[in-house]
Design a protein around this ligand. Sequence first.
Ligand code: ZN
Length: 157
Amino acid sequence: MVRARAVAEEAELACVFVHEDLDSCDGADYPVVHRRVQEALRAELGNAHYVLAVEEMEAWLLLFPDALSELVGAWKLPAKYRGKDTGRLADPKGILMREVSKGGRRYRESDAPAVLEKAVTLELHRDPVGSNRSWTRFGADIETCCRDHLKQPTRRR
Ligand SMILES: [Zn+2]
C-alpha cells in the first residue's frame, strides 16, 4: 500500500511511520512486540518507524492536561493522574471520557489530533506532565527520521 501510494503521488518513499495501539499497559511485552514489528518493517521497507502506543494513544493525551483544558475549557485532568507514567494507566480513553470530560462535552476519539495540536501549539509536547516511554520513543523516532532518513536539519522535537 505504501509503495503504491508513493507511485501514485510520484513521490520518493523516504520513510514510513506505522502507528498502532498495544491495547495493553506498558510492561515486559511492549519492547518485545515493538522490536519484532520494527525489525519486520525495516526488513520490508528500509526506513521505517513502528510507533506502538501503550496502552493506546489516548495515554499520550493525559500527558498534556493544559492542552486538554485549552481545547475544551471544562475539561480537567484529575490530580491523581498528573505526573504519572500514563502508559501504566488502565483504560486511558475511559479516563478521558468519564473523568476528564465529565464537566463538558464528552471526549471523542476524533478529538485526539486536536489535543496533540494544542500541545504542540502551546509547546507542551517537549515537557509532558508525567511520563510514557512510547511517547518518548516516538519523539526519538522523529529526531532519527529527520536526521538520518529525511536528511533535513531538525528543530528540537
Ligand atoms: Zn524515518
